[in-house]
Design a binder for this molecule. Structure first.
Ligand SMILES: N[C@@H](CCC(=O)N[C@@H](CS)C(=O)NCC(=O)O)C(=O)O
Length: 203
């Protein structure tokens, strides 16, 4: 069987899945499809009809959505990265969905302002409002990390991978976790993973 193929450049949300596949440590083919026209080509739309990166092809399985890709990779190839019992597995699902629903929409408001809006067109109120709204989910994360190093079990798992991978955009824009010391400690540990550095070095 051919190697799994992971589509998407590292300078995009595809980094989440490149980080994931680097964590599980399997041999794979990286196809650096970029966003915009590249992700809308007929060839790529046949892989991901949403026209978004990342996507994974592993044998007969064609998968989109970074969180699902990482959960699959961790379960199939990740050994200790995947929770060993149904309760912890459910917690990994919970945190993955939480990252995408509670953090992603708010962080994107800030990212769009800071990275994709010309300085003279930025609306500081948007950044202010989203920063304020983020305090609530960040408090939840901070409380979950009180007295523990990782979100699920006693070691870095796909739950940490997925939440930290979503929040990597906040890391990129230098978002301050000053009021959330547990989040800061956990984020530092996640972002020091060698697999992330390898993923970031990809095209
Ligand atoms: N929820 C998706 C989001 C994927 C996504 O939106 N990717 C962006 C790149 S950062 C994309 O492909 N955009 C297509 C485009 O703008 O043309 C995931 O996490 O996989």
């Amino acid at each position: 069987m051919s190697k799994p193929k992971l589509y998407g450049i590292s300078g995009s949300r595809a980094l989440r899945a490149i980080w994931g596949i680097e964590e599980v440590g399997i041999d794979y083919e990286h196809v650096p499809v970029t966003y915009g026209a590249d992700s809308k080509s007929a060839d790529y739309l046949a892989v991901n009809p949403n026209g978004r990166i990342p996507a994974l092809v592993d044998g007969d399985l064609v998968l989109f959505e970074s969180m699902a890709i990482n959960l699959y990779l961790a379960k199939k190839y990740g050994g200790a990265l995947y929770p060993a019992n149904p309760a912890d597995e459910a917690r990994a699902f919970q945190w993955s969905v939480w990252g995408i629903s509670e953090i992603e929409p708010l962080q994107m408001q800030i990212v769009v302002q800071k990275l994709f809006t010309p300085e003279d067109k930025r609306n500081p109120k948007v950044v202010e409002g989203a920063t304020k709204a983020l305090q609530r989910p960040l408090k939840v994360l901070d409380a979950a990390l009180e007295g523990r190093d990782w979100l699920v079990g006693n070691a870095f798992s796909v739950a940490d991978l997925n939440v930290a991978a979503v929040m990597q955009l906040m890391q990129m824009i230098g978002f301050s976790y000053a009021e959330h010391a547990n989040v800061q400690r956990w984020a530092n540990a996640c972002y020091a993973r060698p697999a992330l550095a390898r993923a970031q070095a990809k095209a």
